[in-house]
Design a protein around this ligand. Structure first.
Ligand code: PNS
Length: 164
């Protein structure tokens, strides 16, 4: 049987944005399987509990049959090995992302030289978009309608008191 190309898309996804969804869609067309993996123990203080983030990504990607959603703890390369994945997906929006992403990719390569990090560009329309800014804009009364899937917008609005 030919080898299936499995790619892990790790991140905080707090919350998932249209930029994340754009990348998930692009990568799902290139790889046999895509596993979106939410980091469980993150030093960043999260707005949404992990389970809710998993639910939101699942709901927003139900139309993509080769996409699954999971959470992980510990080293990303260990998780990738457990999933038989040879690839890690990260999005690069602008040059400012590059330094951090380069460091992570090279550290992951040092930890496991067989796992390759693949960088993809989201649509230009989302090149300024981040989960952090979405939360800030909403907290200050701005409109995030075009920035996140409708199901995420609804859940974000319910969390608004925690953001203001
Ligand atoms: O969306 P984020 O917060 O930029 O994602 C960061 C993430 C989850 C990809 C990164 O923190 C990670 O891979 N953490 C797992 C721990 C790990 O493997 N660290 C060593 C490699 S840098």
């Amino acid at each position: 049987m030919p080898k299936r190309n499995i790619i892990i898309y790790p991140g905080s996804f707090d919350p998932p944005t249209n930029g994340h969804l754009d990348l998930i869609t692009r990568a799902s067309e290139l790889f046999d399987e895509l596993v979106v993996a939410v980091l469980r123990h993150n030093s960043k203080k999260a707005l949404f509990p992990v389970e809710e983030r998993l639910e939101m990504i699942r709901e927003a990607s139900t139309h993509l049959p080769n996409v699954t959603v999971d959470s992980f703890d510990g080293l990303l390369v260990d998780y990738a090995r457990r999933k038989n994945a040879r690839f890690i997906l990260r999005g690069i929006r602008a040059v400012s992302d590059y330094e951090y992403e380069l460091q992570m990719a090279l550290m992951n390569r040092k930890l496991d030289p067989h796992i390759e990090t693949v960088f993809m560009l989201p649509a230009e329309t989302y090149s300024y978009l981040s989960s952090k800014l979405v939360k800030e804009v909403l907290g200050l009364g701005g409109d995030v309608h075009d920035l996140v899937p409708p199901l995420v917008e609804a859940r974000l609005k319910a969390k608004k008191p925690a953001l203001s």
